[in-house]
Design a protein around this ligand. Structure first.
Ligand code: MG
Length: 296
């Protein structure tokens, strides 16, 4: 292995406040969410997914999105993003001064219908509209593709579906596309092969990976994707998360462990190990889901 082939730095996209807290069944006080985001900023995170403009009827936990955006302490050079499902969500995000939004579509027809109530093709149509309007407003778009490495309902997914989806998202104008392992079904072989294959076909968009916990395999998956040339990794401090519409979904890859791995490899993330450790501990105190599920 040529150690010199590794990048000097990578980017960690912190999804804890949105993807991590979203499935939590007990409403978390707005001030605590703000504190979590502020601790992540303090730790040196440069990309933080703060909340979601999905209708509170579907995601009641994040119904306080406006208050959270109004309450956080923003640091120069840090991007605070939010999930938007449609043009209305984009409009609300713009009103909150959001400069980057994230979209989501699944490769799996069944998962997409469960998650968003429509087919992946219909969701892509909506995302295309979001991109066009976001461009007009000077807002950047990051796009998730869910169930890339397997679907809890349909099982194995043909990587060609993820490729076609990625190419469509790139053509709409996404600056970055994150391959989601929604329920922790990836392994180090697929975590190398699929990102490598898709990255070789993208021309403008950067590729990221988004792994979920499965007996620690998520860290091996990140390493495999690093070897495939990926330099952007999603994580949630404290390993929070899951998916309310995916049976058996485990927590997100823990940012604090990912940060340690890169630091020990001599790869810079810009994140302070001690401070992200504190943010992770704080995040765990917010969660009722994490107990009994960590590492599974
Ligand atoms: Mg996730």
């Amino acid at each position: 292995m040529d150690i010199g082939a590794f990048p000097k730095e990578v980017e960690i996209f912190e999804v804890g406040p949105r993807d991590g807290l979203q499935p939590e069944p007990v409403f978390i006080d707005t001030r605590k969410k703000i504190e979590y985001v502020n601790m992540l900023t303090e730790a040196g995170c440069r990309k933080i997914e703060v909340s979601s403009f999905v209708h509170p009827k579907w995601v009641p936990q994040l119904a306080d999105v406006r208050e959270v955006f109004a309450g956080i302490t923003r640091r120069e050079g840090v991007t605070y993003s939010a999930l938007v499902p449609n043009l209305r969500g984009l409009e609300l995000a713009a009103e909150c001064g959001v400069t980057e939004v994230v979209t989501i579509v699944s490769t799996s027809e069944s998962h997409n219908r469960k998650n968003l109530n429509v087919s992946p093709a219909e969701t892509l149509g909506e995302i295309q509209k979001i991109n066009a309007e976001a461009r007009r407003r000077g807002i950047r778009v990051r796009s998730y593709i869910a169930t890339v490495f397997g679907c809890p309902i349909e099982g194995e997914q043909d990587p060609a579906k993820a490729l076609d989806t990625a190419l469509a998202l790139e053509s709409f104008g996404a600056y970055e596309i994150s391959l989601g392992d929604t329920t922790g079904m990836a392994n180090p072989v697929s975590a190398f092969r699929i990102p490598a294959m898709i990255a070789s076909r993208l021309t403008t968009a950067r590729l990221a990976v988004h792994y979920h916990q499965h007996f620690g395999l998520e860290h091996a998956n990140n390493f495999a994707s690093l070897q495939a040339g990926i330099t952007s990794f999603d994580g949630a401090a404290g390993g929070l998360g899951g998916c309310p519409y995916a049976p058996g979904a485990t927590g997100n890859c823990a940012t604090e462990i990912m940060t340690q791995m890169f630091r020990r490899m001599g790869i810079e993330t810009g994140i302070d190990s001690a401070k992200i450790g504190k943010a992770a501990e704080y995040a765990k105190t917010l969660s009722t889901l994490i107990h009994g599920k960590c590492g599974v």
